[in-house]
Design a protein around this ligand. Structure first.
Ligand code: GLU
Length: 468
């Protein structure tokens, strides 16, 4: 049997971390089993669904590299099919029209509350044999006896008595189908074999199973994923910081790091933390998904990001860095190859935003010096040190990091200065700040022209500042 999983987001907001984790687990399971993974946009809530959210889902999936099979499905394009199934259920006697008014239902709820009973529909119209009525909703006739057993691949068997379930509405009075109906029809028609989703849907599952049974459809297997919590123990939400996938991209995270982080939210292999995508596919199994909730830890995500920045192919990092440089308005054609920048900067940058900011000076002029660095290193006399270096640098035939570095070392020795007293003013002069990669690398990446110009500019600045 070919395994088929699906990710079925409702486009009512951005793609958030919880959704991305669900998508990843569904994707991994399909890829692991050499099955299929489909994307289904559940956009039947016309009031809350937006095109911007649909785009955000596509962008997020794309950025994470979670490729799907077939064209994405849109539930709004399947209304005819839902109508057909609703009619079938009516014809079979598994659904009925209900004309109970909002007030009737409200009253019923109040009564049940007063009697300390669970609020549920009392089945008043079930036997009323109401024929098509424009004002009526349509309810599914849930079995009254027996029980539903969810054989959950994560949580184990869950048994729900049918007495606990009331007759849920499958079509509103305007004829539009409700969530539980559309999901069932789609999972059935699309041949979904494994429904992997957040455990906030667990209450819907017995209802969906009953509808599937009424339709004599094969039951999929279910795997409900545990919740993701914020550090305060509450369900992860906006107030815990960035929860949108694309916000992580904007903040300089690599998709590889986020995927690795997400896979560990609820799934483990001993103490192991680092998993490439191929390793995840090879090792992933639903039986290793944790039963209890997991806590989102932004520090760990940052640590993973740094790990991937340091250890991934520099070409790959450069590709993502380029996007950030462009975002920051930097023309990368006017400077060194990005791959070289990655190699020079990756130890000290935990995010690509940091790397892009820290690398701008290789491509464009800066307007001012870092105040602290300038105060400390542009003292009276630093101009002379820089001038000595500038004279020697200018005479160099070949702009070579090693040779440039040797000049810096020799100059410090000749002047009987500590190395920092020579190298630091130079560093501030060419980079604008007190930190940069090793001086030989910085100088060779920056190139002759920019270096000499900036040194001359710094000399004038120091003279001016110290009023010589
Ligand atoms: N559309 C639902 C949601 O976004 C998910 C439905 C499902 O996975 O069954 O929460």
């Amino acid at each position: 049997m070919t395994i088929k999983t699906r990710f079925a987001p409702s486009p009512t907001g951005y793609l958030h971390v919880g959704g991305a984790r669900t998508a990843l687990f569904s994707w991994l399971y399909a890829r692991k089993k050499e099955g299929q993974f489909i994307l289904r946009i559940e956009d039947t809530d016309l009031e809350r669904s937006t095109q911007a959210s649909v785009d955000a889902i596509f962008d997020g999936m794309n950025w994470l590299g979670l490729s799907y099979d077939e064209e994405p499905f849109f539930q709004t394009q399947r209304f005819d099919r839902y109508k057909e199934i609703i009619q079938q259920l009516l014809d079979q006697g598994d659904a009925y029209y209900c004309t109970c008014s909002r007030e009737d239902l409200e009253q019923l709820r109040e009564q049940q509350k007063a009697n300390k009973e669970k609020p549920r529909y009392n089945g008043k119209c079930r036997l009323a044999e109401i024929t098509a009525d424009t004002e009526a909703v349509i309810r599914f006739k849930n079995p009254e006896n027996g029980e539903v057993i969810i054989k959950d691949l994560v949580k184990g068997d869950i048994v729900v008595a049918n007495k606990e379930l009331d007759d849920l509405i499958i079509a509103r009075s305007d004829g539009t189908p409700t969530y539980n109906l559309t999901v069932v029809v789609d999972d059935m028609d699309m041949g979904v074999t494994h429904v992997i989703r957040g455990d906030d849907h667990i209450n819907n599952t017995p209802r969906q199973i009953n509808i599937l049974k009424a339709l004599q459809a094969a039951l999929p297997q279910y795997a409900h994923l545990p919740m993701i919590l914020g550090s305060d123990g509450a369900r992860l939400s906006k107030r815990h910081g960035a929860v949108s996938v694309m916000q992580y991209r904007d903040e300089g995270y690599l998709p590889d790091a986020l995927l690795n982080y997400l896979v560990r939210l609820g799934w483990s292999q001993g103490d192991r933390e680092i998993f490439s995508l191929d390793e995840m596919i090879a090792l992933f199994d639903l039986k290793d998904v944790n039963v209890s909730a997991s806590t989102f830890n932004p520090k760990k995500l940052l640590w993973l990001n740094h790990h991937y920045i340091m250890n991934s192919d520099p070409e790959h990092i450069a590709h993502h860095l380029q996007w950030h440089m462009t975002q920051q308005g930097v023309d990368i054609n006017d400077g060194p190859e990005l791959v070289k920048i990655v190699k020079a900067q990756r130890e000290r940058c935990k995010t690509l935003v940091e790397m892009a900011v820290a690398s701008q000076y290789f491509y464009q002029e800066f307007d001012s010096y870092d105040e602290k660095a300038a105060k400390k290193n542009f003292k009276l006399g630093s101009d002379e040190v820089l001038q000595t270096l500038l004279d020697q640098f200018s005479r160099l035939q070949e702009w070579d990091g090693k040779k440039l570095h040797q000049i810096v070392l020799d100059t410090a020795e000749n002047l009987e200065f500590k190395l920092g007293k020579v190298a630091q003013p130079l560093r501030v002069a060419i980079s604008g700040a007190g930190v940069s990669p090793a001086i030989d690398i910085t100088l060779s990446l920056l190139g002759r022209e920019k270096t000499l110009e900036r040194m001359a500019k710094a000399i004038s600045f120091i003279k001016e500042k110290n009023k010589i």
